[in-house]
Design a protein around this ligand. Structure first.
Ligand SMILES: Nc1ncnc2c1ncn2[C@@H]1O[C@H](COP(=O)(O)OP(=O)(O)O)[C@@H](O)[C@H]1O
Ligand SMILES: [Mg+2]
Length: 233
């Protein structure tokens, strides 16, 4: 579904990604792990066309998206749950959600279906986004992305700042999307959270891929995990 091939991404003259390659198959969950500053968010920004790679290619459903505008990439079916949620603070939850609604070539999700998955949303629809708790904001950010009918979701640190119970809820949603055929990339500093849902793993170190393979191979090899992820797992 997604093939990122040997991308080099820069901020100004500073190179941040060095020949990063990864793939996600339809319906698969890929965990993208690594320390703070390793380049995880930059990989997502590169896929979304927010920070364009200088070299390399990114193909989604067989077509190169590396020179396409961000709104076209979203319309191709890539949804984004940013690390800072990016809700419009003074708009209601209902309005924030309706801003996310769009059609793609993938399955469309109605507001009713989305509220069925995120049932607490029902009671929050008329609240202004800035009055929500961190967990509620995360729920709105995921629901908004789902209303955009994605085939692939990009989650940037979905567990960050959330209580363990809420993290479990978020993982449950990622599993549910997977069951519905939606692929995900889950960026995490908290390796154990991501390993709980991932099929495959890519570990970044200083902007390069340090390891990639099956999630089960990493989860069951304590030595490998310690070597790759140190204090992160
Ligand atoms: N907008 C930016 N301008 C300049 N440098 C940036 C910017 N965003 C990130 N960086 C730098 O790029 C590197 C990778 O950052 P990032 O992709 O955010 O890492 P991660 O998400 O793994 O923590 C870091 O050294 C960071 O300081
Ligand atoms: Mg980041």
């Amino acid at each position: 579904m997604l093939d990122v091939t040997a991308i080099d991404t820069f901020y100004g003259e500073t190179q941040t990604l060095f020949g990063v390659s990864l793939s996600v198959q339809a319906g698969q969950v890929l965990a993208l792990l690594g320390a703070n500053g390793a380049g995880k968010t930059t990989v997502l920004r590169s896929i979304l066309g927010l920070t364009r790679p200088r070299r390399g290619d990114i193909r989604f459903e067989g077509r190169s998206i590396v020179t396409r505008a961000t709104h076209e990439i979203a319309r191709a079916g890539i949804g984004w749950v940013p690390d800072d949620r990016r809700l419009c603070p003074t708009l209601t939850v209902a309005k924030n959600l309706s801003l996310g609604e769009k059609r793609t070539a993938f399955r469309a999700w109605s507001m009713t279906e989305v509220i069925d998955i995120f049932s607490p949303l029902k009671y929050l629809m008329s609240r202004e986004a800035e009055t929500l708790s961190g967990g509620e904001m995360q729920m709105v950010a995921i629901a908004r992305a789902l209303l955009g009918s994605p085939g692939l979701m990009l989650f940037d640190e979905p567990s960050q700042g959330l209580a363990p119970k809420i993290v479990d809820d978020v993982l449950g949603v990622i599993r549910r999307l997977k069951a519905a055929g939606i692929a995900s990339i889950v960026v995490e500093q908290n390796a154990d959270v991501a390993l709980g849902v991932a099929d495959r793993v890519v570990v970044l170190l200083h902007g390069q891929v340090a390891w990639s393979g099956e999630a089960a191979a990493l989860a069951t090899d304590a030595g490998l995990k310690r070597r790759l992820l140190g204090g992160l797992a």
